[in-house]
Design a protein around this ligand. Structure first.
Ligand code: MN
Length: 284
């Protein structure tokens, strides 16, 4: 199932070029009192909600996909976890660039571990990306994004993929410079998820997906998740060895080679096979 958020916090099922509005299923979610739960309410209850969605589909109002504004498929991730350098060729490219600019030391993921992006940086593809510091170089990074569906602490590898609710196309927009990653990559709107959540049951194997990113029609990044240094299951093992994963938490798995600058007015097209494609406009 391809589950999207769109418009005014509606939820929909994407089928081809159409969106079926199944927002009514959200009525099954509990009303909450302060303090709010640490997990995303929808992701934590997705199996039950899907039963209701199936009932609603036949009579659901339908929109053309091109007419809706797509939001991040996850509304309230507790944390956005990200892998720093997780493709071999991107490691070479990042090291070459660091030599030139005398910037951050670049270590591979086995040494650097993971970092966090502020959840306030989350946006959907339908929102224009505003480059906050145009004087700094700002890069695109396409990444397979994993959305967690159930609580996991010190998850064993053989059970890791059972904790996945689904997958999205992710853009880890990155300001370049000497500051900590968690600062440079946490600017409002710099964590883009879309175009929808492809549920895990629709894509059992995340290890052979084609990623492609174009800027203004020019191919910049093209790779396959089979080249990940640390794959999805091992990222879940690694992350949950440090902190409990909650439903709605997002893991951005790292970007392949070909990162490059974007500027105002650019149009980014990002796609991952088995998930979908999305267009993000950089505000002019
Ligand atoms: Mn990244």
């Amino acid at each position: 199932m391809q589950l999207c958020r769109f418009g005014y916090d509606q939820i929909g099922v994407v089928e081809g070029d159409t969106v079926r509005d199944v927002t009514e299923a959200l009525e099954l979610l509990p009303s909450v009192r302060y303090p709010l739960p640490g997990a995303d309410l929808l992701m934590a209850r997705l199996p039950q909600i899907r039963v209701r969605i199936a009932e609603l589909l036949a009579t659901a109002e339908t929109y053309a996909l091109e007419d809706v504004t797509l939001l991040s498929p996850v509304a309230n991730p507790g944390k956005i976890i990200a892998a720093p350098v997780n493709y071999r060729k991107h490691l070479d490219e990042a090291r070459a660039d660091a030599d030139i600019h005398h910037q951050n030391q670049v270590a591979d993921i086995h040494r650097a571990g993971l970092f966090l992006k502020a959840s306030s940086s989350l946006a959907g593809p339908g929102t224009e990306l505003v480059i906050r510091h145009p004087e700094a170089r700002t890069d695109h990074e396409i990444e397979l994004a994993v959305v967690i569906g159930r609580t996991g602490d010190r998850v064993p590898r053989e059970r890791a993929l059972l904790h996945v609710a689904g997958y999205c196309v992710g853009l880890d927009i990155t300001e370049r410079g000497p500051q900590e990653r968690s600062l440079r990559k946490s600017i409002d709107g710099y964590s883009i998820l879309g175009p929808w959540l492809t549920t895990a049951d629709a894509m059992i194997d995340p290890s052979g997906l084609e990623l492609e990113l174009k800027v203004n029609g020019e191919l910049r990044q093209k790779a396959n998740t089979s080249d990940l240094i640390v794959g999805v299951a091992d990222l879940i093992v690694l992350a949950s060895s440090y902190y409990t994963l909650h439903a709605g938490d997002v893991i951005m798995t790292g970007t392949p080679e070909g990162v490059g600058p974007i500027q105002s007015g650019d149009v980014i097209d990002a796609s991952i096979s088995g998930i979908g494609q999305m267009r993000v406009k950089v505000a002019s």
